[in-house]
Design a protein. Structure first.
Length: 188
């Protein structure tokens, strides 16, 4: 029995060793192709890479006469060229001071907060209306700022929430006024 377990162990080790791939320097499957590494973990075999104005253009390695693909430079983490050199965009961004902190737009956050506060403080005179109006205005302003920032600012959801909550407050206010009017008319 002991000898059988020993043979089984040797058999398992042999299978594991033969199934292991030894890493090679070349990461490209197709010869003489560059490899584009995206931030999301995807890779792309490419040829004819052109980098300019915040975009990277390339053709598929297996179809060099096909369409040209264009991606944002900010979506790519690294390019490994067929000659063995590489271009690391994370290091380049740090050298140039272009590190993107991805901040949330302050107006968008405030818009969502004001819209929410307008529903809580709606019964305190005109305070709810002022908060709702502020949420709507800041929401539209922040949506424009986010769009104009070309991906540097986030917070579109907060901006939309401020707009919808602000309009929701005015809808509830209108509904309450209609109910009061109907109540007064039915009593009289």
């Amino acid at each position: 029995m002991h000898k059988l377990l020993k043979l089984f162990g040797i058999f398992i080790v042999a299978i594991v060793l033969t199934s292991m791939n030894t890493p090679t320097k070349k990461t490209s499957i197709i010869e003489n192709c560059d490899v584009v590494y995206f931030i999301n973990g995807a890779t792309f075999e490419a040829k004819n890479i052109i980098i300019d104005n915040g975009f990277i253009r390339f053709k598929k390695c297996d179809n060099p006469d096909g369409p040209t693909y264009e991606v944002k430079k900010s979506d790519v983490s690294k390019i490994e060229y067929a000659n063995g050199s590489s271009l690391d965009f994370n290091k380049e961004a740090m050298r140039n001071g272009d590190v993107k902190s991805d901040p949330i737009a302050l107006f968008a956050f405030a818009s969502g907060g004001l819209g929410l506060l307008s529903l809580f403080f709606g019964t305190l005179g005109g305070l709810g209306a002022l908060l709702a109006l502020g949420g709507i205005i800041m929401g539209f302003v922040s949506k424009k700022n986010i769009k104009d920032s070309k991906g540097k600012l986030r917070g579109k959801g907060f901006a939309k929430a401020g707009i919808w909550l602000g309009f929701g407050f005015f809808f509830l206010l209108l509904l309450a006024l209609l109910l009061v009017i109907l109540l007064v008319v039915s009593i009289a």
